[in-house]
Design a protein around this ligand. Structure first.
Ligand code: IPE
Ligand code: IPE
Ligand code: MG
Length: 252
């Protein structure tokens, strides 16, 4: 079922704790390099940071957490790193899915899964099916995901579904076909690892998201680091095009 919340079509409700956090988990390789370890050791530790963040989000009652695990451009990495990441993904799902389920977490993979091997596809389907009816945190993992891929596949699906509307497509026609149609747009975006870029993550959905960049490397991103991001978020004035004066209590 489509879930349409658009910051450009209407003004979203603003809450002190974000409803939806989207994260680019960057810096695993540098974390390892600093310790004279192979890059893959950083990815392994990165997995621990994922589990810790999920736990914290559950305890804070955050509705949606979306994690960028592998971009459509990450195939350009050395083959052995790519295959390590794929097997980490399979093993991580196998090991953790029961615990996610017990914690009422719904797991969804966003991205083009057709390029994954059969074992990974099967494990993803199994994990999604097991957790499909859970009502707690919705944990979306973006894997072989690209923001441009997402917009294009949505346009193509829309065109197939409603060719008669071609030339008059509106937001509400397109958004049900986006990979994350079931979630509100992210309130807070976090990128660890010191780079200030989006790297083809949620291009459509980040239109009015508050952006937070930190030098902390992903394996070091702990509960305290999340609280720093939340504190920064709480200081923002989310105007969505209006003036600051329009937001003052006298005018609401
Ligand atoms: C992010 O860490 C993890 C993935 C992209 C899978 P990196 O592997 O990009 O780490 P750095 O940026 O090289 O430190
Ligand atoms: C972005 O990180 C993708 C993920 C974290 C999965 P990258 O490390 O691949 O981004 P760039 O290449 O530095 O922009
Ligand atoms: Mg990186």
């Amino acid at each position: 079922m489509a879930f349409f919340t658009s910051a450009t079509e209407s003004i979203p409700v603003n809450t002190a704790v974000p409803q939806h956090i989207a994260v680019i988990m960057d810096g695993n390789g540098r974390w390892a390099k600093k310790r004279f370890l192979p890059r893959v050791a950083g990815h392994k530790r990165g997995m621990d940071a994922v589990l810790e963040l999920v736990k914290t989000c559950v305890s804070l009652n955050i509705g949606y957490l979306t994690l960028f695990a592998f971009s459509s451009e990450n195939w350009r990495r050395p083959a052995d790193e790519v295959s390590f990441l794929m097997s980490l993904f399979i093993q991580g799902l196998k090991r953790e899915v029961k615990k996610l389920h017990e914690n009422n977490i719904k797991l969804i993979l966003i991205g083009d899964r057709t390029r994954f091997n059969a074992e990974l596809i099967a494990q993803i389907e199994l994990s999604e099916k097991l957790t499909a009816h859970n009502t707690g945190l919705t944990l979306s993992i973006a894997a072989n995901y690209g923001g441009r891929w997402d917009i294009l596949q949505a346009v193509n699906k829309l065109h197939m579904a409603s060719p008669e509307l071609a030339g008059a497509y509106q937001e509400e026609h397109l958004t049900p076909h986006l990979a994350m149609h079931y979630a509100p747009e992210p309130d807070l975006f976090i990128r660890t690892g010191g780079e200030s870029r989006i790297s083809n993550f949620l291009l459509w959905q980040l239109a009015y998201t508050e952006l937070y960049f930190t030098d902390t490397l992903w394996p070091d991103f702990d509960e305290e680091a999340l609280h720093l991001a939340l504190t920064s978020y709480q200081k923002r004035e989310r105007r969505f095009g209006r003036t600051g004066e329009q937001l003052s209590p006298a005018n609401t």
